[in-house]
Design a protein around this ligand. Structure first.
Ligand SMILES: Cc1cc2nc3c(=O)[nH]c(=O)nc-3n(C[C@H](O)[C@H](O)[C@H](O)COP(=O)(O)OP(=O)(O)OC[C@H]3O[C@@H](n4cnc5c(N)ncnc54)[C@H](O)[C@@H]3O)c2cc1C
Length: 318
């Protein structure tokens, strides 16, 4: 039986959904499951970590670990992986995961695969599936080492509701402080807006909205739906939207239940960030716009007419 260690994704003390998604997948492949959680003030998370589907919880809880730092986080993950004797160490898709995964792989002499969308155990070896070249090809990669460190693409695995685990906490000793770099302060976006990566619905605006008035119109739709509000790069380059709102190859990769693209043409670089969404709705006045090739539902029309109608209909439903 293979052994999977999932690295818990914790944001401001809360467990993010990717943790239970990864543990659900580990269960689906018949693996023994443990989780490693790193942070400050996280002692109360152990039951949540068990309920997310793990049978062992390695917890590194120390005030010095409150702010992310790649060095000490790597040490904690490696410590847990060695104690658990993990064959696979899985990270959710996050900047910190992408920073720590290769460091862990180097220390464990393991293979490292990023942006994976599937794991297959076949004939005693591990294979992973990952899109490459802005999703133009899907690679199936055979892993030639005994151990694999993987970063899983957002939304690749689904959380199983009824998955449970058992609480069995192993406390990890906090590592020596990382002298190479110390994070003094973390300044976060204080807008209070829904994080694109966590949103169940994402509404994104493109160049078709033209200017701030058009953006505000689309943003109202996002607010009506309690959705995350994103954009194409055209609106970021145009100075209308912040870079942290950009969806795509050089922005964020999202995989919500519903993605609504308004006035976005559907360039391949944009699709790379959202075509894992479960349902895609596109509004575009050009019936030939490439976004319609990936959309489940399409509305051909002027967004300045369509968005107010959509808002009216949503109001009726709610
Ligand atoms: C290396 C590289 C990386 C990139 N990374 C990204 C990335 O991460 N994310 C990203 O988004 N792009 C990225 N791009 C840019 C990408 O190639 C496109 O230029 C960009 O996505 C276009 O944005 P858009 O769809 O908003 O604008 P456009 O392509 O100009 O499309 C606007 C659309 O709005 C429609 N429209 C116009 N008026 C209306 C109206 N009134 N009502 C309804 N529809 C209307 C038009 O028919 C058109 O389809 C990258 C490019 C490169 C070269």
């Amino acid at each position: 039986m293979s052994k999977v260690l999932v690295v818990a994704d914790i944001k401001q003390g809360d467990l993010k959904s990717s943790t239970s998604e990864l543990l659900s997948k580990a269960k689906a492949i018949g693996a023994e499951r443990a989780v490693v959680a790193i942070g400050g003030n996280i002692e109360s998370l152990s039951s949540d970590l068990a309920n997310a589907g793990s049978d062992t919880q390695y917890i590194a809880n120390d005030p010095g670990l409150e702010l992310f730092s790649a060095g000490p986080y790597t040490t904690c993950v490696v410590d847990a992986a060695r104690q658990f004797d993990a064959d696979m160490i899985w990270f959710g898709f996050s900047e910190s995961g992408k920073a720590v995964a290769p460091r862990v792989a180097a220390q464990l002499d393991a293979a490292c695969a990023t942006e994976i969308t599937d794991v297959i155990l076949e004939g005693g070896h591990i294979e992973v599936v990952r899109p490459a070249i802005t999703n133009k090809v899907i690679q199936r990669v055979k892993i030639n080492t005994d151990k694999l460190v993987a970063v899983v693409r957002a939304g690749a695995f689904e959380a199983v509701e009824e998955i449970t685990g058992t609480e069995n906490v192993v406390e990890l000793s906090p590592p020596e402080s990382d002298l190479k770099a110390v994070i003094k302060e973390l300044v976060s976006d204080a807008s209070g807006e829904i994080d694109l990566a966590d949103a169940d619905i994402v509404v994104s605006v493109g160049r078709g909205a033209k200017d701030q008035a058009g953006i505000d119109l689309v943003k109202d739709l996002a607010n009506d739906l309690s959705a995350g509000f994103g954009s194409s790069r055209a609106m970021v380059d145009g100075g209308f939207m912040a870079h942290n709102k950009q969806v795509g190859q050089t922005g964020k990769i999202v995989a919500p239940t519903l993605y609504i693209a308004i006035g976005i043409s559907g360039a391949i670089q944009h699709l790379a960030g959202m075509n894992g969404s479960k349902v895609i709705l596109a509004v575009n006045k050009d019936p030939e716009a490439p976004i319609f090739n990936v959309a489940d539902y399409g509305i051909v029309g002027d967004l300045f007419e369509v968005v107010p109608i959509l808002r009216e209909e949503i109001k009726k439903l709610s």
